[in-house]
Design a protein. Structure first.
Length: 279
């Protein structure tokens, strides 16, 4: 009956994804059915770790993160965990040969969020983004290429750029909560209290450059993954466009969103581009 428990575990990961991110859930649904479960399991794993450091303010976050990490490695060693999120994730790690350096880099960036509030240098900023976002893109890429190491190496750079772009958009969108609630400032050399037009435009230009590098890789993805990843790309590009047209003061006072009707419209347009083979 282990198979039934595994099915329930993957269903839990899917539910976590749907509850926490309607936009990401929509993108995952555009992937081939045979790889959706794996991507849900990756998202749920990284989401729970992120929740520990970002949301559980009334609890010992460091202890919880230590327990989460130890429980994952125990699950990996034993091929099972009664935590369904860890159980599904360890299955995905093994099936798609996700290397441990990616997982350790991710957990290292999560651990940084326990205490570190300001990123003073570009190197610190890039290292954090690599661990918190780039490696998540690489985990997903492992699933997309399904063991094709040559394909993985050829798409690795663009996958990291897409992860970076998504994360930087999130940083810009979440300025208010990150700064006021979590006291974090990720952009080096930027005074968030006085985010000016010049600083904002520089951040936007940096993200646009990441998206440009990422798009070349999206076009080369296997068919099973291309439409889903392109859908996420289009959504985040629209979010960036909205952030670009929003005054800095407003970004600091509210969380910018893309409405559900606009999401549906973007999905429809993405589908047309995909079906007409315009990627």
């Amino acid at each position: 009956m282990k198979q039934l428990f595994d099915e329930v575990s993957f269903a839990c990961s899917k539910n976590v994804t749907k509850k926490y991110s309607t936009s990401f859930s929509l993108a995952v649904h555009m992937l081939s059915p045979k790889i959706r479960e794996a991507i849900y399991s990756i998202y749920a794993f990284v989401r729970f770790a992120d929740e520990i450091v970002d949301s559980f303010h009334d609890y010992d976050k460091e202890s919880l993160l230590n327990e989460f990490e130890a429980s994952y490695y125990k699950a990996y060693a034993q091929n099972i965990s009664l935590n369904p999120i860890l159980n599904s994730f360890q299955h995905t790690v093994k099936k798609y040969h996700i290397t441990d350096d990616l997982i350790r880099s991710f957990l290292k960036s999560m651990r940084a969020d326990l205490n570190k509030e300001t990123y003073e240098t570009v190197e610190e900023y890039h290292n954090y983004i690599y661990g918190s976002a780039d490696v998540v893109g690489l985990m997903c890429l492992k699933v997309f290429v399904n063991g094709d190491d040559e394909k993985y190496e050829s798409l690795k750079f663009s996958a990291m750029k897409l992860g970076s772009a998504f994360q930087k958009v999130n940083f810009l969108r979440d300025l208010k909560d990150d700064y006021e609630l979590l006291h974090r400032s990720y952009f080096p050399g930027v005074n968030l209290k006085e985010l000016g037009v010049t600083e904002k435009e520089a951040i936007i230009a940096e993200i646009e450059a990441d998206f440009k590098e990422a798009f070349s890789g999206i076009k080369q993805l296997p068919l099973e993954a291309k439409f889903g990843v392109y859908t996420a790309y289009v959504y985040y590009k629209r979010l960036l466009k909205k952030l670009s047209s929003t005054p800095s003061g407003e970004i600091l006072n509210t969380r910018i969103r893309v409405s559900n009707p606009v999401k549906i419209s973007l999905l429809a347009k993405s589908f047309v581009v995909y079906k007409l083979n315009l990627l």
